[in-house]
Design a protein around this ligand. Sequence first.
Ligand code: C2O
Ligand code: CU
Length: 459
Amino acid sequence: MSRRSFVTGMFAALGSAVPVAAGAATGKPHRGTVLRAKPAQVSIGPRTVTTWTYDGRLPGPRIEATAGGLVRAKLVNGLPADTTVHWHGIRLDARMDGAPGYTQKAVPPGGTFDYVFTVPDPGTYFYHSHVGMQNDRGLYGTLIVADPHEPLGYDEEFTVVLDDWVDGVGGTPDEALRRLNASTAHDDTLRSTLLGGVVGELRHPYHLINGRAAETPEVFVSKPGRLVRFRVINAAADTAFRVALGGHRMAVTHTDGFPCAPVTVDTFLIGMGERYDFLVRLGDGAFPLVAEAEGKRARAFAIVSTSHRAPAPRSDVRLRELTQRMLRYADLRSRQADLLPRPSRSVTVTLGMRPSGNEWTLNDRLAADPMRLRVERGETIRIVLDNQSPMWHPMHLHGHTFQVRTSSGPQGPRKDTVNILPRERLNIDVHADNPGEWMFHCHNLYHQEQGMMGTLGYG
Ligand code: C2O
Ligand code: CU
């Protein structure tokens, strides 16, 4: 079977074949955005909270660009602290990566910085502050890069940004981190409390979809029979989510912006920093879009509504869950497979926890004296991520998309963030084609701030 007929076959299983869109380039040039980082009051539904935002909004402004085009964004720092913007997942010029102390000096209060870069690859991305725990206060927004030759002929799309909400309600994440660090090694109460998102007087943490708590959910309004693309982004600091859409199976089409051979599932787990896109042909009714906070007995929730009919309850179903093994990279336009060159060597990166439980390491090093992987420009290197800690870690590499190597075949998915389960080993192949000193870290912000930050670099 050709790749094309495989892809079309998968979509036929959705109810009807996906029409392939005409190849005309329709993207308009990105005119430029001003991102004002500033304290603001925002409503998350049941409560109004004081926190830090871009432009007083949560999520921050949506930035749309077209693959091959430029993004221009002026950061204006109206915060009482230094800040930067990191463009998560974008294979950009290192000077625009927003990594404080590595690629730029953090922008002081009152300062500005012009981010100007080309976005080479279409897909679902986001941006966030890369200073301390600022991302967790709400300093994040979406960056959607359109494909001028979009191969999927869907009718409409929705973006779903997941977040866990601790800061601005019962304390600040920085304070939470300080308390966590001050706790003794076996004070598990505080840790589990904190990891459950419960700080200070806040008893019931909020989990948000597009800045809205489950009590007053976001409603995505569409029509029955429409083929809809959902772009799911996990911007949370400390929560993985299990996502499902009631009454529908989802055809997962993209992993961290890059296409994969569509896999039809009932649910998938999305770690911090990961993105998944899926297609569904919507039924007639109102359907719950549920994101279960993994291990926390809490959920984020939205509604997809195509009519005023009540949703059909559906609870007794065995869900088919996505695993990395089901995924393989596939160019949906049936162009060449775009294989990475074979890796010339491999290095192991060990993910570890120090006995204190408050320090997380990469090859036994903490961020203060970080692991620095050296590679040659142009080489492909296999990185063996060996998780010897009792916690899962969504590891993110800046400036690149790597290929996950699963045992099921030659091709795993393309990703820039991959979740490694406790005691698991996972191989990723990285092609060193974008020189710079790139952060390589766990996207659990607590782990990141507690040492789990290194670099991969070449000139
Ligand atoms: Cu989204 Cu270094 O991070
Ligand atoms: Cu981690």
